[in-house]
Design a binder for this molecule. Structure first.
Ligand SMILES: Nc1ncnc2c1ncn2[C@@H]1O[C@H](COP(=O)(O)OP(=O)(O)OP(=O)(O)O)[C@@H](O)[C@H]1O
Length: 225
């Protein structure tokens, strides 16, 4: 679904990621870990074509990114749901409208999908907060809203950047459970996280691979994690 082949990325001439090869297949579950500043967010951005690599090839659903025009990239990105590290909501719009923004951006009839939206918000446990503005939400509520927004287009792949960054352990487990449910529906999941306890807990429930960024490379972590 998403394939990186010998990909490198530089910011301002300094190479951050070097010769990365990675393949996210349907139904796979990956964690991506590594020290702060190692390039986890950058790698996710390469996976959803927010960034183009300085070198190497990115293939999305079989099509080579370098050969896609802007429309094709936009269409392809709808198949990838992203949970951003800082959630990125529009603070003046109620939660339900924020979550349905991807539908609007794709030109879909939001009113016709209100039942799906209601079900999705119930699934993440936010049915009582639909009219709340983002600044009125707790960290855990924001993270679950970000997850709902990431999946509203029924993507095939979900990329989550520190989805449990600012929440307590109980809420981390709840968010993990939602990601595991999505994986059981057949979606490929990639979660960038610092939280090794979260990874260990997940591995008891799902066959997850752990990738670690070290010295500009991505390595498959051992079973000791
Ligand atoms: N647009 C940019 N221009 C220049 N440098 C950047 C840019 N984006 C990120 N960087 C730098 O690249 C490095 C990696 O950043 P990135 O956000 O990918 O790391 P990360 O592993 O996700 O970090 P964290 O765990 O702290 O979120 C950092 O040193 C950062 O300052």
């Amino acid at each position: 679904m998403i394939e990186l082949e010998d990909v490198s990325h530089s910011y301002g001439g300094a190479e951050l990621l070097s010769g990365i090869s990675l393949r996210l297949q349907p139904g796979s579950f990956h964690f991506l870990t590594g020290p702060s500043g190692a390039g986890k967010t950058t790698l996710l951005k390469l996976c959803y074509a927010e960034l183009r690599p300085s070198r190497g090839r990115v293939r999305l659903f079989g099509a080579e990114l370098g050969r896609m025009d802007r429309d094709a990239v936009a269409r392809t990105r709808r198949r990838i749901g992203v949970v951003h590290q800082d959630c990125q909501f529009l603070d003046h719009l109620p939660l339900a409208e924020n979550v349905s923004l991807p539908l609007l951006a794709a030109g879909r009839d939001v009113a016709a999908e209100s039942e799906n939206l209601r079900e999705l918000l119930a699934w993440v446990g936010l049915e009582a907060q639909t009219a709340s503005l983002p600044p009125q939400l707790s960290g855990g509520e924001r993270q679950r809203a970000a997850l709902a927004r990431a999946v509203i287009m029924s993507p095939d792949v979900i990329l989550a950047d520190e989805p449990t960054g600012n929440v307590d352990w109980e809420m981390s487990l709840r968010i993990l459970q939602l990601l595991i449910e999505l994986n059981r529906m057949g979606k490929a999941i990639l979660v960038a996280t610092h939280d090794l306890n979260l990874i260990r807990t997940a591995k008891a429930h799902v066959a997850a691979r752990v990738l670690r960024i070290k010295a500009r490379q991505v390595l498959l972590a051992g079973a000791d994690l």
